[in-house]
Design a protein around this ligand. Sequence first.
Ligand code: GLN
Length: 496
Amino acid sequence: MSVQDLTQGGGALHELGVTALAARLRAREVSAVEVAQHFLARAQSHAALGAFLAIDEATTLAQARAADQRLAAGTAGALEGVPLAHKDIFVTRDFPTTAGSKMLEGYRSPFDATVVNKLAQAGAVTLGKLNCDEFAMGSANENSAYHPARNPWDTSRVPGGSSGGSAVAVAAGLAPAVTGTDTGGSIRQPASFCGITGIKPTYGRASRYGMVAFASSLDQAGPMARSAQDCALLLSAMCGPDPDRDSTSLDVPAEDFSRGLDARLDGLRIGVPREFFGEGLASDVRTAIDAALKVYEGLGARIVEISLPHTELSIPVYYIIAPAEASSNLSRFDGVKFGHRASNYSDLVDMYRKTRAEGFGDEVKRRIMIGTYVLSHGYYDAYYLQAQRIRRMIADDFLQAFKDCDIIAGPVAPTVAWPLGGHHNDPLADYLADIFTLPASLAGLPGMSVPVGFGSGGMPVGLQLIGNYLQESRLLNAAHQLQRATDWHQRTPEGY
Ligand code: GLN
């Protein structure tokens, strides 16, 4: 079947978004198999973007056929027949899982991550696994051990990271929505760089069971899609307590995040942190952010200046805590239990050493070394403990700020997407670009990115919205109202 055959009033299937696609499927105007075929064909014809690490047509089509049966039987879930793709950090039974690393090449999990499982229970069909930075460490998807991913708005530029493949897939119409994970910005920043919408919920909202661990006190799953409405639909299916499998999952019942989308914004107090608008912020990004804040004023919101005084310290704090946790989490990759094992070694220690030397990339090794160092005897108090103290101060800054405002708004990143290879051999340049996403991560707060226009080179700019604990619904409401008033989220890169 050709793309034209599947183009019915209201645009091609890949232009519809999750909400409209789910409605078409439920009305049986199109079958889940036809939809899956359409997206698989697009993934293939745009393979040069490097979005996917694994595709398995037979598996996807079998899932789609099962969805069609449920649609016919009237037992359809909220996402029945909607094809999604997962960041290759979520373990999956039906597809390989690599976490973007050679270490896990050929690895097949015996179970599905809770988030994958929940989306499947809602009826979603899996298109495949998406490219990402190795073990989710990075800001440009260039740390993937397999290949980089390209930004569809300008294929000479990075898509952001670590959920780079996820953002590319949505922006280029290779999937209507996807999953991502955010440890220090990995949903928000690639969403911003690729002109799509993404939300990281409150830490603990979504189960981490089956997410290959990077920094466990920060890792959190979330959806990425074209609109806040679509994100709300996915997030409702993804969240909920998982006490037997993730002891940090919150004992808060699953919520229907679509319910509050239509509330008006009259009187909403939007806090704008002074520290997010300093000299590091590129003027093109600032212009787009300022214009979005004006739209909010037009919608009845009130802009109030607030302060998050420890913003700058979030970089050193994160780059101590995240590597510390990573060094511990990644000790499980020893050549015995998972994936890669060196083929020539003299004894057990030599096997460990060679396996890890061969299996891990440079950035992962760098973080394991930093993490091991800051946790070692004699340095623990000076670095790790101190970082934990400042982390608390960063969280307290937000609690203070939320006395004067309902949500916080600012840039996601200081610049638009940079050229591929632009930060080559300069990991610090990547780290510094995380400055605006790290504070909410360290505090465990929900945050999202919403497209608000274009900056230099015609590259997308995202507005970051940060909410108080468990206030995802408020963020999605604010984003949805902005998307009703503007059409930035409906723009697509030429040729896709
Ligand atoms: N860029 C940050 C890092 O490299 C965040 C990554 C993430 O959120 N997974 O650690």
